[in-house]
Design a protein around this ligand. Structure first.
Ligand code: GDP
Length: 440
């Protein structure tokens, strides 16, 4: 048994600082070159545990616990769309999420959506209360939040406390107990709030240490893997590079080798094929050279890798990907069954189309949780059948198509397009409002 790196995603409302925070974590880690810096994966960045220890050194006398995990694997693309593609039957391959909230603004619609998605996929999360450098009177500086806190004026401390209190009450309304991290006794009951500034780098030591500690403490079972078992992964993205399609895969269990037979789900159903090429990312120092990835013969979980197969053009992001040794029919059944709960057809409800399995599943789940029925959940461009299906709906509120990241077409029924999940749903709510008003 080996303990793999926990897979971490960053979520939160637009402009609250997801990208800046991830960037700051990367830069802070890169600066610790002697301790190992970072390891670049495809689609993910690994911060080794030695580096986390080094960054967190100043606060180790306060937060004392032993770390046994090998590091943290951060998914490079923050946000719900990438998170959705990390799907796994009934859950997520993400082990923990960092929900970024601008502490001066509090909870916004996408924050709620992020927390809803975490709840739905049963992914524990911690809150990075960002932009503390903007708190009146706060003198923010790189490094430990706790150490810097002691230097602040009473007024600045009070301003922070007020904002934390607001967050705690907003979270309480959403059904969560939360508190600033150093006051928490049982992290399973209370969501940790870690004040940070992605701009100055304040709080990064606490955020990294706490993320590592919590992942290790509560997810050890999920992190124990058999290194030599047939690889299991999920397709994070399908990418076209110089006319060739590549699959960027997050491997969360076992091993995958060049030449292996693998199965994944495609536009027309399950596909069995062979791994023709396997690539990992070049070390960071060599980036910007001719190609950013190097061929390898095998990869062990957890890893972000690029896979080349003859069937890549048909693959779907969000699909499970399994190495097959001698259990082909069982795995095919498993994939088919799993996908049948995402791609389906029923009589009454909305027609929903999306370009990836993950986003389709996320949208349909949110609709269902709001009591909105779905008559067809499908992948790819809008077809005549989709239009007919929408037209034939008895209930007016279902005579519309929701289309996520697919091309616009002419249609007698209205189609709502977007490539951001929450905006698509907002537009549908607008549509419902207009229907109501027409009736008046
Ligand atoms: P995202 O949409 O959540 O990825 O947000 P971004 O990372 O793009 O940040 C949105 C804006 O907020 C940018 O102008 C950032 O420079 C700024 N920003 C992010 N984090 C901080 C912070 O900690 N302090 C301040 N003052 N600005 C920040």
């Amino acid at each position: 048994m080996k303990i793999r790196q926990p897979i971490i995603t960053i979520l939160g409302h637009v402009d609250h600082g997801k990208t800046t925070l991830l960037d700051k974590i990367r830069k802070t880690a890169v600066a610790q070159k002697e301790a190992g810096g970072i390891t670049q994966h495809i689609g993910a960045t690994e911060v080794p545990i030695e580096v986390i220890e080094k960054i967190a050194e100043p606060i180790r006398d306060i937060l004392k616990f032993e770390l046994k995990i090998p590091g943290l694997l951060f998914i490079d693309t923050p946000g719900h769309e990438a998170f959705s593609n990390l799907r796994k039957r009934g859950g997520s391959i993400a082990d923990l999420a960092i929900v970024v909230i601008d502490i001066n603004e509090g909870i916004m619609p996408q924050t709620k959506e992020a927390i809803e998605i975490c709840k739905q996929f049963r992914v524990p999360f911690i809150i990075a209360a960002n932009k503390i450098d903007k708190i009146p009177g706060w003198e923010s500086r790189e490094g430990s939040f706790i150490k810097n806190y002691q230097r602040q004026s009473d007024r600045a401390k009070q301003e922070l406390e007020n904002r934390v209190y607001n967050l705690v009450s907003q979270l309480y309304e959403l059904g969560f107990e939360s508190d600033i991290f150093f006051r928490i006794e049982d992290f399973r009951k209370t969501v940790a709030i870690v004040p940070v500034s992605a701009k100055t780098g304040e709080g990064i030591p606490e955020l990294l240490l706490l993320t590592a500690g919590l992942a290790q403490r509560f997810l050890t079972k999920k992190l124990e893997i058999d290194e030599n078992s047939p690889g299991k992964g999920v397709i994070l993205e399908k990418k076209k590079d110089k006319g060739i399609y590549y699959l960027d895969v997050i491997l969360y269990d076992g091993v995958i080798r060049k030449g292996d037979t693998i199965a994944f789900y495609g536009i027309e159903g399950p596909i069995i094929t062979k791994v023709r090429g396997l690539f990992k990312a070049k070390p960071l120092t060599e980036i910007r050279e001719k190609s950013n990835f190097i061929p390898v013969n095998e990869a062990h979980a957890a890893a972000g890798i690029r896979i080349l197969t003859p069937e890549n053009d048909k693959a779907l992001a969000g699909s499970p990907l399994y190495v097959i040794r001698n259990n082909q029919s069982k795995i095919l059944e498993q994939i088919k069954e799993e996908i049948s709960s995402i791609v389906f057809e029923e009589k009454e409800g909305l027609v929903v189309k999306a370009d990836t399995l993950g986003t389709l599943e996320a949208i349909v789940n949110i609709l269902k949780s709001k009591g909105i029925k779905v008559s067809k959940a499908g992948i790819g461009e809008i077809t005549k059948e989709d239009i007919i299906k929408a037209q034939s709906q008895k209930d007016e509120k279902y005579r519309v198509i929701l289309a996520f990241n697919v091309s616009p077409i002419e249609s007698p029924v209205p189609i709502i397009y977007d490539n951001v999940i929450y905006r698509l749903l907002e537009k549908y709510e607008e549509f419902l409002k207009q229907l109501e008003e027409q009736k008046k």
